[in-house]
Design a protein around this ligand. Structure first.
Ligand code: ACO
Length: 312
């Protein structure tokens, strides 16, 4: 069986920083509440003229440079997003046109915050079966356009941004060692976009309980499937939704604080972009190193979850 992994990573976050203090001027909240309940200090918010596709394009260009590939080397584009510019055409098709990747297949995959793991695993299937060679996988979200900025329960949580990776065959023993995808539609009502207002509604407590249970369970499942012990895990890149959820998962996996990505402090919850954005940051920080065993785990609307173990 081919080994499939990530050979290039790119990211983009908007320049505009919105702090907790900024939000406290418009809704009844404060920096202390947001920090202690979520870990978030600030988030990036895209300007009106920048949509999900614009951010996806920049992240994709960066990933291609990082992979030392040309746009013409890519033979499939997959975009994870819950906030596409349009119902159709897909963000993926708009990226294809912008980067001049003529005629290759391109599609969006909608699994909310779990979307990046789903697209990564989908890319792996196509490469393993020799269908495609280099797959561009992007997570891009402009959540700010579906947030009710008067609802303090939700507006403090989200941010905008994009992350992209190039997925290809890698050398023996490296790449994705195992994965798990799952969903539970019975929990659909807990996290949704309201039809009437087109804004996010959330039962925070229920999503919290689900995440605290599902993130460590799914992580342990993929560690076992890969034939590894949890002590062999070097680094955890969880979906960045709440520092307390991340910390609960960290403790169940027996990891130290420095073995876990917590970019939520600066980015907030960027949904499908959060894991590739965190990966990009941790590579820059030198915390993801050659041969490391990394667990990536996402959860979100659906309810849904997904995780992978990979050797970097
Ligand atoms: N500032 C100040 N007070 C607030 C705020 C705020 N921004 N928001 C809520 N409160 C108040 C509430 O009104 C409540 O007041 P009350 O006791 O008088 O009723 C009090 O604070 C406590 O509210 P809780 O909901 O109990 O707070 P909790 O500790 O559960 O934290 C939070 C809320 C942060 C939303 C938490 O439940 C959470 O993180 N849940 C998971 C969210 C998540 O992971 N979402 C994923 C989205 S992923 C995707 O697919 C899009």
């Amino acid at each position: 069986m081919k080994c499939v992994g990530i050979i290039g990573v790119g990211a983009y976050v908007p320049e505009n920083i919105v702090t907790n203090f900024d939000l406290a001027k418009t809704v009844d909240t404060n920096d202390e509440w947001i920090r202690s309940r979520t870990g978030i200090e600030e988030r990036r918010i895209a300007s009106d003229d920048m949509d999900t596709t614009d951010m996806a394009i920049i992240a994709a260009e960066n990933a291609l440079v990082n992979a030392a590939l040309d746009a013409s080397d890519i033979d499939l584009i997959l975009v994870a997003t819950a906030t596409p510019d349009y119902a159709f055409p897909s963000v993926a098709c708009l990226v294809q046109e912008a980067l001049g990747m003529k005629n290759i297949p391109a599609m969006d995959i909608s699994v909310a915050c779990s979307g990046f793991i789903y697209t990564l695993v989908t890319a792996k299937q196509f490469i393993e079966t020799n269908t495609y060679k280099n797959v561009l996988v992007i997570g891009s979200e402009k959540f700010s356009k579906i947030v009710d900025w008067n609802d303090r329960n939700t507006c403090i949580l989200f941010g905008d941004g994009a992350g992209a990776v190039v997925v290809s065959e890698v050398s023996d023993g490296k790449g994705i060692l195992s994965f798990e995808l799952g969903s539970d539609g019975a929990g659909a009502k807990h996290l949704a976009v309201c039809k009437e207002t087109n804004t996010v509604t959330m039962n925070g407590r229920e999503v919290y309980k689900f995440a605290v249970r599902q993130m460590p369970e799914s992580s342990l499942n993929v560690i076992n499937k890969a034939g590894l012990e949890k002590a062999e895990v070097d680094f955890l890149i969880p979906h960045q939704a709440n520092i307390r959820i991340i910390d609960a998962a960290r403790q169940k996996l027996g990891l130290k604080k420095e073995q876990v990505s917590t970019t939520i402090t600066k980015h907030g919850n960027t949904s499908a972009a959060s894991i590739p954005l965190a990966l990009h940051s941790e590579i820059q920080n030198g915390r993801v190193k050659d041969n490391d065993i990394i667990v990536m785990v996402g959860f979100g609307g659906g309810l849904s979850w997904g995780s992978v173990v990979l050797r970097w």
